[in-house]
Design a protein around this ligand. Structure first.
Ligand SMILES: CC(C)(COP(=O)(O)OP(=O)(O)OC[C@H]1O[C@@H](n2cnc3c(N)ncnc32)[C@H](O)[C@@H]1OP(=O)(O)O)[C@@H](O)C(=O)NCCC(=O)NCCS
Length: 311
């Protein structure tokens, strides 16, 4: 079990501006994380909770493809200095363990840092959603902090079991336009990265489960929009359930009961999302797959042809 002294030492080191920036924290959040760390260092009960969660994360590092949810624990589920902040400090303190795992797989420090910067990204999203410091998506963040999420170019990927094979699940952080060229580049990087660093989990396909794959979006967006072109890459296999909550969250950064009249209607997407729900319709989450082969070096000419087709 990690000692409180070790947890304190890790948190103290992480409170440095440079370390916080490396984890992707934005300006306001850097100040609040530093304050939360200072408060935790003065509170043995809180440190014990953090240590317990760090231990659960450490035990889960590298257990790719297993059903693990290390931050599904009452110690993480408090509103101390903000939602998810105890879990956030545990993730920060577990950073050394996941970085060691990355090194053991030959992953560069640059990709290691970029991948863990999802913590700062999620904290920024939380502030925009709730207007306060915190990170309600802390359970999702355990994916990165146990060594199974890699941020490669425009997209993030993790290894998942889909049916009877391993696949690279694709995630789209809010970080600028989803241009076809950026998606091609990320797919190419991912195909090479996982073949090199995770040869024991061979994958042939990308997977995506998202509100972005709802075919109804193509009825309301321009045919040459990035989102419609992204959809066209995927062969859908099944509907995963209601997408209304995700559509509202990803387009408006609101959760729960939301007064639609108070939401902006500036873009065609914002208007379309609200119009359908207000008319009694629904958005859906869909699961789809697409092959990696065109993005492999060995088939570079096919990839080149594909870029030409999409641009
Ligand atoms: C996915 C994403 C990058 C697409 O953005 P994009 O590349 O700009 O999308 P498009 O160019 O296809 O946009 C088409 C229209 O929708 C609008 N739009 C796209 N994403 C939007 C968003 N999140 N909020 C509001 N409007 C958005 C565009 O402004 C454009 O509107 P217009 O026709 O009035 O000009 C963006 O929606 C995003 O960052 N989403 C959050 C992350 C997410 O949803 N991830 C998936 C989680 S499962």
């Amino acid at each position: 079990m990690i000692t409180l002294v070790e947890v304190s030492a890790r948190l103290s080191a992480a409170a440095e501006e440079r370390a916080l920036r490396a984890l992707g924290f934005h300006d306001d959040d850097c100040a609040d994380v530093a304050l939360a760390i200072a408060a935790a260092l003065d509170d043995d009960e809180k440190l014990a909770d953090i240590a317990l969660l760090v231990e659960r994360l450490r035990e889960s590092v590298g257990r790719i493809g297993e059903e693990i949810d290390p931050l599904d624990h009452p110690a993480a589920d408090s509103d101390w200095r903000g939602i998810g902040v105890v879990a956030m400090l545990a993730l920060i303190a577990a950073g050394d363990d996941v970085r060691a795992f990355h090194r053991s797989r030959g992953i560069s420090a640059e990709i290691s840092d970029h991948s863990l910067a999802d913590l700062g990204q999620q904290t920024w999203v939380h502030r925009r959603t709730y207007g306060a410091f915190g990170v309600h998506t802390y359970r999702w963040l355990a994916t990165a902090f146990t060594g199974n999420l890699y941020w490669l170019g425009r997209l993030q990927f993790n290894i998942v079991r889909h049916g009877d094979e391993w696949m690279l699940s694709t995630h789209i952080p809010e970080s600028g336009p989803l241009t076809p060229a950026a998606v091609d580049d990320a797919f190419r990087q991912a195909a090479a990265f996982f073949a090199e660093h995770f040869p024991d989990y061979p994958t042939q396909s990308f997977h995506c489960g998202s509100w972005l794959l709802d075919p109804q979006l193509a009825d309301v967006l321009k045919p040459d929009s990035n989102m419609v072109r992204f959809q066209q890459r995927w062969t859908l296999d099944r509907e995963l359930g209601s997408g209304d909550g995700d559509a509202i969250f990803f387009v408006f950064r609101r959760r729960g009961d939301v007064d639609h009249a108070a939401l902006p209607r500036n873009t065609s997407l914002q208007r379309a999302i609200l119009d359908k729900i207000d008319a009694g319709g629904h958005w859906a989450l869909w699961s789809g797959t697409t092959p990696q082969a065109p993005f492999r070096d060995s088939d570079a000419s096919a990839a080149h042809a594909k870029v030409g087709e999409l641009e």
